[in-house]
Design a protein around this ligand. Sequence first.
Ligand code: FAD
Length: 419
Amino acid sequence: SRRHDVVVIGGGAAGIAVTASLLRRRGDLDIAIVEPAEMHSYQPGWTLVGGGVFSAAITRRPMADVIPDKATWYAAHAERVDPGAREVVLGDGRRLGYTRLVVAPGLVIDWGAIEGLEATLGQHGVTSNYRFDLAPYTWSLVQSLEKGRALFTQPPMPIKCAGAPQKAMYLSCDHWRRQGRLGDIEVSFCNAGEVLFGVADYVPALEHYIDRYGIETAFGHRLVEVDGPSRRARFAVKDAEGEREVERGFDMLHVVPPQKAPAFIAASQLGNEGGWLDLDPETLQHARHPAVFGLGDASGTANAKTAAAVRKQAPVVAENLLASLDDKPLLAAYLGYGSCPLTVERGRIVLAEFGYGGQLQPTFPRWVNDGTRATRRAWWLKAKQLPWLYWNGMLKGHEWLARPARRHADRDDTQTARG
Ligand code: FAD
């Protein structure tokens, strides 16, 4: 087997950002990235593709272009990890030894969990912004729908970018409103959960748009089956009257399926009860295997699963991983920051930014941007600034506005990686 100082599983937002960050701190580190995909996606852009603002093409680049030059790329998937032997086993049978491992494979979208969905995606009015090839279909459906019923679904948590199911809905409604068609289109938000958004401070601004667009909110509605040709969707409903199933017809259906951790995490003894990476929430070091760190959507930490979270996590992992290599205490702390720019209309965004426990963590002072209100400045940030910052800042290891918080050295004895 080949050995590397650091092996990184995944070349998504998290894997690339942390690799770039490590190399910026220590240029001679021998880092390998294990990633099977040929293309790297800027997924936060897909909401704007579905809203007719971005072209799909600008949300993807060849993986070879985003992998830092100094890193070694293995174009294979990680089959499992042997934390005892400190080895990663690749799908093609190769084994990579590591001194430190970073696990960043993202999450798995469980399209198959909804009966009939895979067979009908991309036709019969059934779409999802959660796939690169389908986001353009969302926009074409929005443009062509003149009247009828539009359903937008949200699965049980956790999902990546928890606001994205309703972002798709608001942008669609905004288009129909501007075209004078909204009165002829019945819009429903079928949400498996019980609230519009998990952090209460942002709910009033969102409710304002629910009212403005005349959206029916159907809480406790979990999509279980889609019949594309007959345009019917079946939901398991849980409310005060108990559990039952209901059917709803649709002309357009925007689906967000349930999401789960990659299976190899649990199979490699790296998971928590839910199968997500079992990390210390502050240091992002594995709870049981000190040579292992993790970040991104695969993490079991209680933050919002977003690229914005990754932006703050990457420097924490880089700094703590290097400290552990040097046998020093882990001093960088991640406080759970995540962000969800809620596109409530074309031109305005509610910029939700919060950490562990729903504590608000705005980047800007209130006079620059009030995150609890829909603002033009936040739209400008999302549509004009963030894509550039993603490709040229985060993926290159620049850490503007992402300096880690400090932990206290006296609390770190047990956190230091040994060996
Ligand atoms: P990913 O970027 O998904 O990358 C995971 C990588 O790991 C992939 O390249 C995959 O091929 C690879 N991989 C998987 N399994 C293996 C394996 N076994 N071995 C090796 N490699 C593997 N975030 C925001 O901050 N703001 C937003 O507005 C926003 N909107 C979003 C809208 C949509 C529609 C979607 C889908 C996401 C949105 N996000 C948003 C979330 C954001 O895209 C993710 O949180 C972010 O990409 C997480 O990074 P990651 O590296 O953990 O996962």
